[in-house]
Design a protein around this ligand. Structure first.
Ligand SMILES: N[C@@H](CCC(=O)N[C@@H](CS)C(=O)NCC(=O)O)C(=O)O
Length: 214
């Protein structure tokens, strides 16, 4: 029996962050598919039993139930001595990018992609607003990566794992072709995909998928 159980749904980039981190650290996990599309995470029963914040992913670590990918990534990096910061400066930079990712890149990309690809009648004005914001954020990340191979320091860290997660799904879903629009970011994604043990999101997160409208 595995120490870890990951409550997830396949389209969840946040779940992919944890699944990929565990995999790169050589840790198995039991996948617990969750009917996010069916609204289970909005029910009082699920919130009482699994996560009062109403969010996926949830990582069961033995008797503990952990939520919020950023502190979980930090804990796993510390525990396995992998993909963490080597000194105070790197640790600060990793935190800085994790906060930016949660607030800006993942925050907008997750909502944008979900509305665009997985809802029947997305609001065009809302999509346009989010796309404008994302264009800015993606430009910032692309610019950062023009000068370096990885987001912090000279090797991959959990900042890369967090930032790349939503950018690693099929391009039809978010409607960005990074090889054309953001070449430095695209090259970085390719570098990350060369890490030993790397797997694509839908390979790591199997199971029944949401209907995709695009
Ligand atoms: N900051 C959270 C974000 C988690 C999150 O927003 N998860 C999405 C699914 S990938 C969710 O459950 N959203 C429900 C909602 O926003 O109501 C984390 O890093 O774990």
């Amino acid at each position: 029996m595995s120490r870890y159980r990951l409550h997830y749904f396949p389209e969840s980039g946040n779940s992919y962050k944890l699944a990929l981190m565990l995999t790169l650290c050589g840790q198995a996990f039991e996948p617990v598919w969750t009917d996010f599309g069916g609204g289970v995470t909005r029910t009082p029963e699920w919130r009482a039993r699994v996560n009062p914040m109403g969010e996926i992913p949830v990582l069961e670590d033995g008797p503990e139930r952990l939520t919020q990918t950023a502190p979980i990534l930090l804990r796993l990096a510390e525990r396995y001595g992998q993909l963490g910061g080597r000194n105070e400066e790197e640790k600060f930079e990793i935190l800085r990018w994790l906060f930016w990712d949660n607030h800006k890149l993942t925050g907008y990309m997750a909502s944008y992609r979900y509305s665009r690809a997985f809802t029947a009648t997305p609001d065009a004005a809302v999509l346009a607003f989010m796309r404008r914001r994302l264009d800015d954020f993606l430009g910032i990340l692309n610019g950062h990566l023009q000068e370096r191979s990885f987001v912090v320091g000279d090797r991959p860290t959990i900042a890369d794992i967090s930032l790349m997660a939503y950018l690693s799904f099929p391009k039809s879903e978010a409607g960005y072709d990074f090889a054309v629009s953001h070449p430095a970011l695209s090259a970085w994604l390719s570098r990350m995909a060369m890490l030993p043990g790397w797997q694509a999101p839908y390979d790591l997160l199997p199971g029944k998928r949401l209907h995709c409208y695009v």
